[in-house]
Design a protein around this ligand. Sequence first.
Ligand SMILES: Cc1ncc(COP(=O)(O)O)c(C=O)c1O
Length: 363
Amino acid sequence: MTDLRFTHDPQLRSFASDNCAGAHPEVLAAVVAANEGHLPSYGHDGYTAAFEDLVRDLFGPAATAYPVFTGTGANVVALAMMTDRWDAVICTETAHVNVDECGAPEKLAGVKLLAVPTDDGKLTPSLVESKEWLLGFEHHAQPRVVTLTQATELGTVYSVDELAALCDAAHRIGLSVHLDGARLANAAAGLGVSLGELTTAVGVDVVSLGGTKNGLLGAEAVVVLNPEAVRAPRYIRKLTTQLPSKTRFISAQLLALYGTDLWLRSAAHANAMATRLAAAVGEIPGVQVTRPVQANAVFAILDPAAAEQVRRSYPFYTWDEARGEVRWMCSFDTREQDVDAFVACVAEAANTALPLTTDGPAH
Ligand SMILES: Cc1ncc(COP(=O)(O)O)c(C=O)c1O
């Protein structure tokens, strides 16, 4: 993994991750406002009650909300409350739960992950059904949950119909559906649909609702849509270390994002910047955009020497070392001029560094 430490330049917008952006000023203002006085702790405050109401408005009357600190925490809490000790969870090989959570779902939620390869980061009904044969045999961990990521780790987005078909397939064989929605807002903005249309309406059972990547200081929530798919959510959140004592600050952030159109404004903007970036870098000889841009991520192959040259100004991650594929992310505060300056930097590097080889990068 590339070392992304760099001297702080307040003017620089990083394309390494949407986590590199700061917090949105409206969120900071909401946190300052929530700092007034003493309030009950551990979620018994008015901000958390208001967020619980909001979640019912957005996701339907059966929805319950459990604010947590991190996206990994949300996934662990969600999967732990959806499974027993002998259960397994079907996911893609590229799923964040599989590759980027240090084994937390296995170790803390205690589930076996059944990771399936995909080209585009998306599960399909037939991939889910391919694990049906494991059911009912005591020698196999028992598939219990399908977890999918929306938008996916590869910047792709499930359509409403794809989600509905997946949920139907999972439910048909007795599995529940968890959705890692670290970037659910980007998916909804990209598709032009509501959060409920992407979740409750298609049959998702539990959502990890993202916030941090879309301008919060650090706040996410587990949203249970189907109470029958979980057990003991409050106890499980606490024992997996995700119950915030000063929950008001987590809830105030989530309220600032989802209680206004900020989630949509910010996600739509990040998506638009990614579209602008992909269109421009796609015109640069030697740069190949590798995946559809449906949210706020751009994947591209460029010569490693050119990538290194760009990194001197703009650090970013290599996604697939073998293919020389890199990932660039846009944020709620990426400006058009940031994209244009970055594109100019890539163009110069592609022009002056070693040319792209057709069968992958030269090592
Ligand atoms: C798809 C996805 N899920 C979950 C997370 C987890 O977020 P956190 O870093 O807050 O644990 C991330 C963060 O990169 C992510 O990309």
